[in-house]
Design a protein around this ligand. Structure first.
Ligand code: NAI
Length: 521
């Protein structure tokens, strides 16, 4: 197989010819038609096959309509569109795909159906033709098992909508020939996509790395720390996510996101890091799916989310003096901020009997800090200082079960003095941002530790596939691997949950102060 690609590459002007001149797309639904479109644009002759002949015809019309629109918008020449249309044909039977160099299946997500299709294809296609699956949750090794040539089978996992989501995971099953992976990567580039190479593991890269965001946000809600809208606001404004986790789940729909959470958790034999939530299981059962059912975590009217207004900033007649814990994270910065906000700062070793007592822990909850530092819990409020205050659009304060309302309101009013948004949440080990970011970084670190993909491919896959503000390892570097490690250690103490045990990748790099992107030589 390696030789075949070498020969193709060795040709006179191999770069001009598509690496797969003839490709077959089986299953022409949402995914198949997207893959067909970019394959034709890359210069291949594309044969569309679907057991539902109407679906294949509809896909061809749909793709042509895309090209017509691109011509109208002058993003594609009319000649080019015509040439592409000529290369897009509907195959009346599976046998019509016999001459294809590559076949990509995007049919129903059922192992036995995919395996039996590939078995039938093996009897039709040339010995050197490649078989690829767009599966998002099945094992490539399992799909290839029982075939005569499992070495020619690989995953080619695109994202919806295919022409806009510019990343594709190329997945090597246990028996896949590396040359097949290399060929698909080259073809992906010719299609204008960025390939990332993944080992055949549950969720591959993107759906695996994506487990951190939603599941941790759901845990925060299930602990009664705050409501959906506040958590969304915090993660958008503090960590720079485009969509909060609940907005994202509403967009995707719980009929899609909950089964993915559930499946990856079980495929990893109940690994605590991926544990799903009863909240989504119940909402799914109740048909409260998200935008598609007009109600999810938000209600939708005319497609617009109805959000609850932000809590009003309390107005205080008198502001108490403020005492800041010597163990606060970013203490010097926080002191300067308090000064700029006009706070009366106490300088004694312990707070005066009236003082608002401020703590800024990493990973610990406010209750634990008050107990350990022998502070009066009734006057103790925490602030999340993982991220530089200047770099965030929102400050997050947390109370503990004993915090007095006047102390909570004083802290809220004080930190809102310069007009910055403030959210007040109930006690949580790691507030909101710390714990969600740490969880994402930890899962990403373990993906690297397991050798599922390279650190660079992980970053590319997550930024292009999930739209995070940075790759998860760059996120860890930004906030400090050692800080992230501390958040996780302390959360593990607070919750006693294996979920937060740091991956060796993070533990070792965090301990010696190495970049999380550093791969061993
Ligand atoms: P879809 O339901 O839109 O389209 C599937 C098409 O396959 C239908 O037209 C159906 O008639 C046809 N089909 C079913 N069984 C067939 C068979 N045995 N032979 C030929 N055609 C057959 O499904 P969609 O969403 O396009 O998904 C297809 C595959 O892509 C699945 O494996 C899915 O897990 C995967 N995938 C889906 C993504 C998504 O966001 N929809 C994202 C990434 C992967």
């Amino acid at each position: 197989m390696r030789q075949i690609f070498a020969q193709r590459r060795g040709g006179d002007n191999w770069q001009m010819k598509p690496i797969y001149p003839n490709i077959g797309i089986i299953g022409t639904g949402a995914m198949g038609r997207g893959i067909a479109q970019i394959a034709a644009q890359a210069g291949s002759r594309v044969h569309l096959f679907d057991t539902n002949a109407q679906a294949a015809m509809a896909a061809r019309e749909f793709i042509q309509a895309q090209w017509t629109r691109m011509v109208e918008k002058q993003r594609m020449g009319a000649d080019e569109a015509q040439a592409q249309a000529n290369r897009l044909v509907v195959a009346p039977t599976l046998q019509a795909l016999a001459n294809c160099d590559l076949i990509v299946e995007a049919i129903v997500e059922r192992l036995e159906v995919k395996t039996s299709l590939f078995k039938e294809l093996e009897t039709l296609i040339a010995p050197n033709a490649v078989l690829a699956s767009n599966t998002s949750s099945l094992s490539i090794t399992a799909i290839a098992a029982g075939l005569q040539h499992p070495e020619r089978v690989a995953g080619f996992h695109f994202f919806n909508p295919v022409p806009l989501m510019k990343v594709v995971e190329v997945i090597a099953g246990l028996r896949t020939d590396p040359a097949v992976v290399e060929g698909l990567c080259q073809y992906a580039r010719a299609m204008g996509h960025t390939p990332v190479v993944a080992q055949d593991t549950p969720g591959f890269i993107v759906n695996h790395a994506g487990r951190g965001y939603g599941t941790e946000a759901l845990r925060i809600v299930s602990e009664g720390v705050s409501d959906f809208a506040t958590i969304d606001r915090i993660l958008r404004d503090q960590a720079g996510f485009k969509l909060g986790p609940f907005e994202l789940m509403d967009l995707t729909g719980l009929d899609v996101s909950h089964p993915v959470m559930d499946s990856i958790y079980h495929q990893y034999f109940e690994e605590a890091r991926y544990r799903p939530s009863v909240i989504t299981a119940q909402r799914l059962a109740g048909g409260i799916l998200g935008r598609k059912s007009s109600e999810g975590f938000y209600k939708y009217t005319d497609g617009k989310a109805q959000t609850t207004p932000e809590a009003v900033t309390p107005i205080l007649e008198e502001m108490p003096s403020v005492w800041l814990s010597p163990r606060a994270a970013r203490r010097a910065e926080l002191l300067l901020l308090l000064k700029n906000l006009g706070a009366k700062i106490e300088t004694g070793q312990s707070p005066s009997p009236q003082a608002l007592t401020l703590v800024a822990p990493l990973g610990f909850d406010i209750t634990t800090v008050a107990v350990v530092e022998r502070l009066d819990p009734a006057r103790t409020v925490g602030i999340d200082m993982l991220i530089d205050d200047a770099a965030t659009k929102r400050r997050v304060l947390a109370t503990n079960p004993a915090t007095r309302a006047d102390m909570r309101d004083a802290a809220h009013a004080l930190f809102a003095r310069d007009g910055k948004a403030v959210s007040v949440i109930r006690d949580s080990g790691g507030f909101v941002t710390q714990r969600v970011v740490a969880h994402i970084v930890n899962i990403a670190s373990d993906i690297c530790q397991q050798g599922i993909c390279s650190a660079a491919d992980l970053e590319t896959a997550v930024t292009l596939g999930l739209g995070y503000p940075q790759g998860p390892l760059a996120m860890g570097n930004l906030y400090g691997p050692t800080n992230i490690l501390e958040v996780l250690f302390n959360m593990q103490t607070v919750y006693g949950d294996q979920r937060y045990r740091p991956s060796p990748w993070l533990r070792r790099r965090g301990a010696i102060g190495l970049s999380l992107l550093h791969e061993e030589e």
